[in-house]
Write a protein that binds this ligand. Structure first.
Ligand SMILES: Nc1ncnc2c1ncn2[C@@H]1O[C@H](COP(=O)(O)OP(=O)(O)OP(=O)(O)O)[C@@H](O)[C@H]1O
Length: 657
């Protein structure tokens, strides 16, 4: 594409862009988008005939089937434009569709929601690159509460800033943001979890969420109610920061509820939504004039922002009249000079799109889009996510105190087991005792591991979905980091258990047998935790997980080889034993304990058959003495399969949301 005296000349196509939108005025006055100064660099965001449909869920008691439609239209043919260097207030009554519009523009609509219409960024159709290009400050802030403010920002700079940036640059950016957003004095304070160990104030959390989104200095920023919950001083400060960003050429669209007159006046432009339609878009002064021309004059004592919402709200008990008023305002706006002014910007961007398409240019061809930060590699993502998981599991009081209690409890249980089995001997009665205690080794290292991890994904799901949708990291690095951060705990726990219990019970006294027992219990605990992680990643909540896990777990337990002769299980359920780490672990522990026992004392009366060797014991339990390595191998295979299924479950859920 070449620029020749105001025209875009493409191969075989000449699109007239001589008349820039800022040359246009509405009715001779500078009302709207035509008045904006042209910025050399920056984002012009336009959307045309945009409709958004959300899936309708039928209620339990809905009986009127004629009313049932699969989708509900939340936005109806909405068009608009935002140009570089502008701070636009998106306002409207609750339920008008503000968040829906922002989500659609930011390419962050939840799964199942259908977006119809065209959204352009500098004349390019938006795609998934939008999540890297634009920042999005959500209404509700989500953090890993056990990190400090500085740790959180350091973590985010590592994953969000360009991978080629140096450590010094990243640190400098963190310090700059801490200073600019007034967070210096709380930089080493833990973020905290509202409702449990609250540390930061609501305002500080909002500012931290804002800092997280502007880390990369994005050219386009969406803010969903960034001032909600802030006092007037902090609200003003937040809008002032956005205003400064806009004056540096950034494009900012911000939903806002009940701003003070002073805050409201800081916005350059106003977009009013009502009942999913555009009621007005242009300058704030223009909005007053427009509404006045329709007979809705703002009283002198009213804050204009309040007046707009008041005029565009649907009042309970007066729905029909309110809707009629809104329809009239929206219809009039659609044919007004203000709207024509926007149409010109949209048309101009549309022409650029056609020109781009003709010369085959893509997002990346434009120098501006090449400035999208380059993501760090897989290993860096994984490393930092693992770091965050480990820090959280160590510091999070909810996780840490439960772990400590579990550990103390486990030591006590190990002691009790040791006391109960102190007198075990290698004789006929001792065979049952030894097999019993070995199975207790398995269950004590299975159940805490299996049930202890069930909450890891449901608990962090909202945060994971937000960060994943923001393109901060991939689902596989996240899953892997969770998986790795579990391993140290499931090495230490079995080791401590065996150290306390093994030597108290009359098991084989050689170090080899002890080491093998520890290794088998470590494999057992990790396989059980992999199974728990799979259920945790696949299902939404603990009650759902329990619904499926408990029957699964009972069948695996039965097929462990202690409670049933495995050859007698019915064929249609017998195959389950191959999924049972109880069986592999039991077989491996039995082989370890019995294989080199050559003489078992027979204290039975004459005529009662005795088991004389360890090999006979192994065979008695339908185990095979040559299967020791196979048992290890199959537990490792189960571990990998459970985690793979867990990962796919998580990945699909993230894609669907
Ligand atoms: N995923 C969804 N499923 C069902 N309904 C939805 C969904 N998303 C939005 N809606 C509906 O669409 C309408 C607009 O919602 P939206 O959140 O965009 O409004 P809003 O103007 O941002 O409101 P508020 O100011 O209260 O946040 C509401 O009636 C809401 O119930």
């Amino acid at each position: 594409m070449w620029l020749l005296s105001g025209s875009v000349v493409t191969l075989g196509l000449k699109v007239n862009i001589q008349k820039q939108p800022e040359d246009y005025t509405a009715s001779g006055k500078h009302y709207g988008y035509g008045t904006w100064g042209h910025k050399q660099e920056g984002i012009t965001l336009t959307w045309q005939e945009l409709s958004v449909y959300v899936p309708q869920k039928k209620g339990w008691f809905q009986t009127d089937y004629s009313q049932h439609r699969p989708f509900k239209r939340v936005l109806s043919n909405v068009s608009g434009a935002v140009r570089p260097g502008s701070l636009v207030a998106l306002m409207g009554a609750s339920g008008a569709g503000k968040s829906t519009l922002m989500n659609a523009l930011a390419h962050r609509t939840p799964g199942g929601v259908v977006v119809d219409g065209e959204i352009l960024v500098n004349g390019h159709r938006v795609n998934s690159a939008m999540t890297s290009l634009a920042g999005y400050v959500h209404q509700d802030d989500l953090f890993v509460g056990s990190l400090t403010v500085k740790e959180h920002l350091t973590f985010m700079t590592r994953l969000r800033m360009d991978s080629t940036s140096s450590h010094k640059q990243r640190q400098a950016r963190v310090m700059e943001l801490l200073k600019d957003l007034g967070l210096l004095k709380v930089q080493n304070t833990r973020i905290g979890i509202p409702g449990s160990d609250k540390s930061l104030s609501g305002g500080e959390r909002k500012r931290l969420a804002f800092a997280t989104e502007i880390l990369t200095d994005p050219p386009l920023l969406f803010c969903d109610e960034p001032t909600t919950g802030l006092d007037s001083y902090n609200a003003r400060k937040m809008v002032k920061i956005m205003k400064d960003m806009a004056s540096r050429g950034k494009t900012i669209l911000c939903t806002i509820h009940q701003p003070s007159s002073e805050v409201f006046m800081m916005f350059d432009k106003l977009l009013l939504l009502a009942e999913g339609r555009v009621a007005y878009m242009g300058s704030s002064v223009g909005a007053l004039e427009f509404l006045e021309s329709l007979g809705h004059k703002c009283p002198a004592t009213f804050n204009p922002a309040d007046y707009y919402i008041h005029t565009l709200a649907v009042f309970p008990g007066h729905e029909a009249r309110s809707r009629e008023r809104i329809r009239r305002i929206c219809d009039n706006f659609a044919v007004s000079a203000y709207c024509k002014d926007i149409d010109i910007t949209i048309q101009y961007q549309d022409n650029i799109k056609i020109a781009n398409m003709e010369c085959g240019s893509t997002y990346k061809d434009e120098p501006f889009f090449s400035k999208i930060p380059k993501k760090p590699g897989w290993l860096v993502q994984w490393w930092w996510l693992t770091w965050r998981s480990l820090v959280d599991s160590y510091r999070n009081p909810a996780i840490h105190s439960i772990r400590i209690m579990q550990k103390n409890c486990k030591c006590l249980i190990a002691l009790l087991i040791g006391i109960c089995y102190t007198n075990v001997q290698v004789n006929q009665a001792g065979i049952q005792d030894i097999e019993g205690v070995l199975f207790i080794f398995i269950t004590e290292n299975t159940f805490p591991s299996l049930y202890g991890v069930l909450n890891i994904f449901p608990q962090e799901m909202p945060l994971f979905l937000r960060e994943y949708k923001n393109g901060i990291y991939r689902s596989d690095t996240y899953y892997l980091s969770k998986m790795i951060s579990l391993i140290p705990g499931f090495i230490v726990d079995p080791l401590v258990f065996c150290l306390i219990c093994y030597w108290m019970v009359g098991l084989q006294r050689h170090f080899y047998h002890f080491a093998m027992t520890v290794l088998i219990t470590i494999f057992t605990a990790n396989t059980a935790s992999a199974c728990g992680s799979m259920f945790s990643a696949m299902f939404e909540s603990i009650p759902y997980i329990m619904l499926f896990l408990i029957p699964f777990d009972v069948v695996l337990l039965i097929s462990g080889g202690l409670f049933i002769n495995l050859t007698t299980m019915p064929w249609f359920i017998g195959w389950v034993k191959y999924l049972s780490w109880f069986m592999y672990s039991n077989e491996a522990l039995t082989i370890t304990q019995w294989l080199d026992v050559t003489n078992i004392t027979c204290e039975m009366p004459p005529g009662v058959p005795c088991i004389h060797t360890g090999k006979q014991v192994i065979q008695e339990y339908t185990f095979d003495p040559s299967h020791l390595s196979l048992d290890f191998g199959l537990m490792a295979v189960l571990y990998c399969c459970f985690h793979l299924l867990g990962f796919f479950g998580l990945h699909l859920r993230a894609k669907r949301k």
